[in-house]
Structure formats: structure tokens, C-alpha cells
Design a protein around this ligand. Sequence first.
Ligand code: IMP
Ligand code: MG
Length: 190
Amino acid sequence: MPTAPRLKPLITRSQVRRKVREIAHQISRDFHGEPVHLVGVLKGASIFLSDLVREVDLEVSVDFMAVASYGRATNSSGQVKLIKDLDSSIEGRNVILVEDILDTGLTLDYLRRILEERRPKTLRVAVLLDKPSRRLVENVRGDYVGFQIPNQFVVGYGLDFAERYRNLKDICVLTPPPLLDERGHPRVKP
Ligand code: IMP
Ligand code: MG
């Protein structure tokens, strides 16, 4: 009988809370006196964004996008598809793209390109987690980065394995690790 996966806490809820506050304060300082528009990437970033937005001491608006990633991660074109676009224009606005995790970088590279074309006043990237060892797109980085983590599959605080575990308060490592496809995403379909 296969044993159920174990969840090993990697980053506790209190570490997350402290870091989210730090990032929010940094954003509040950087954009002092100006409104910011937070763009969350569904679904993983929804919890990070919800906590972040309440700690930002500025005029704030919020929008969401959704993407699907597919195929082999051997080149950076055609691997990401837009599933849900923004509701409103970002032209002339201070946009902060909010993502749960920066992994290969393909998703953020794609999103940054399409948002840049829409001529925001500024475009920054906030990611809670960063796995630098997995990077395939070199020039993608977060302007605000919560934690750099090793190459381990993590769940919780919005991050899922086959749609499970998004509600965990701590960020945990799944052991044994799930089987991943060439893209580093779980093979199991929800
Ligand atoms: P990238 O395009 O390879 O950077 O992938 C980013 C997306 O992969 C994230 O938005 C997550 O949905 C997913 N992802 C990458 N690593 C993990 C992980 O460790 N746990 C859960 N999801 C992950
Ligand atoms: Mg995901």
C-alpha cells in the first residue's frame, strides 16, 4: 500500500507573516504617495496577495490573471497560455505583478512581456518564493522576493499539489516528492 505523503514545514506561518509585512512596507516606501495596482496570478498567488494588500499603506487596486503552462521547458516560447485576462487597462499605472513562486521563470517572463506591451508607468514583480536553481529564463527576477528555497516541491499558503493543500498555513515540503513532468509540474491531474 502506498503511504500518504508527509508534510514537512519549511516556512512557518509566522515567518510568512513577517516577510509579507516587510515586502508591503518596502512597496509602501518605494511608491510613497502614488497609487499601486496589484495584479495577482491565479490561483496560487491569491492568498499572498490577500495578505499583502492589507499591509500596503497606499491607494491600492487589485486585478487578476490566470495562465496555463504546458509542454516541455526546453525553450521559452509558446509554453504559457493566457486563460483569464485583466478586467481593466494598466496603461500609465504602477503595476505590481504578484506571483506565488518563481520557478523556471517561464510564466513570469511571459506575463512581464504582455504587461510591458500595455505601457504601464512602472512594472515590478513580487514573488513570495524563489527557486533560483530551477531557472531557465535568465533575466527574470523578482523585485520583491520573500524567500529563496532549494529545489523542493512545496505546498501551502496558496500553493497546490493537484489542487490540494492551498489552505495550509505553513509552507510545507511534500515527502516523498511528487512525480513531476519535464516542466517541473505534478504529473497527477486533479
Ligand atoms: P514557472 O513558469 O516554471 O516559473 O512556474 C511557475 C508556476 O509553477 C507557479 O505559479 C506554480 O503554480 C508552479 N510551481 C512551481 N514550483 C512549485 C512548487 O514547488 N509547488 C507548487 N507549485 C509550483
Ligand atoms: Mg500552480
